[in-house]
Design a protein around this ligand. Structure first.
Ligand code: TPP
Ligand code: MG
Length: 146
């Protein structure tokens, strides 16, 4: 079993990492760390002119790999470079018992498709890479660099 987690979500139940090691439960935890509540931040990018309230965690100091090590994870690693992905993920899946891997991802990346507030399916926003139907004009401020 592989738990795909976010840095915001895992903060809500981080104590249960220890449950896995206490009982030897072989769950693999794959953390996608974009240093914030990305789903919330995306709305603030698109509809609130990049005004971030409560969604930015770039100043937070949590070292998730050390947290997993402290809870006794025999396998706890961080992936920061794309070229390390394949080998580290293969070792992660092959590791016996509970295993933890943190993948650092782009804090500015958006997730599509999405439906904005007050919009319907016909207004689905598909982003830069998905070819969609004609879209309602959503003004996107890309000054933050994405
Ligand atoms: C218990 C609970 N609290 C709050 C929310 C609202 N919420 C939805 S997504 C989200 C942010 C999740 O951040 P993260 O896990 O880092 O995922 P990301 O979008 O960055 O990939 C929050 C707070 C929720 N869905 N459930
Ligand atoms: Mg996140």
């Amino acid at each position: 079993m592989i738990d795909l987690d976010g840095d915001g979500s895992i903060r809500m139940n981080l104590g249960d990492l220890e449950t896995l090691t206490t009982y030897g439960i072989p769950v693999k935890v794959l953390l996608l760390n974009n240093q914030g509540d990305g789903m919330v931040r995306q709305w603030q990018d698109l509809f609130y002119q990049n005004r971030y309230s409560g969604s930015d965690k770039t100043l937070h100091a949590k070292d998730f790999v050390r947290a997993a090590e402290a809870d006794g994870f025999p396998f706890a690693r961080r992936i920061e470079r794309r070229e390390d992905l394949d080998a580290t993920l293969a070792a992660f899946v092959a590791a016996a018992g509970p295993a933890f891997v943190e993948v650092r991802v782009d804090p500015g990346a958006h997730i599509y498709p999405m439906i904005g507030p007050g919009m319907g399916y016909k207004d689905m926003i598909t982003g830069r890479f998905i070819k969609g139907r004609a879209q309602r004009d959503v003004k996107v401020d890309r000054s933050a660099g994405f």
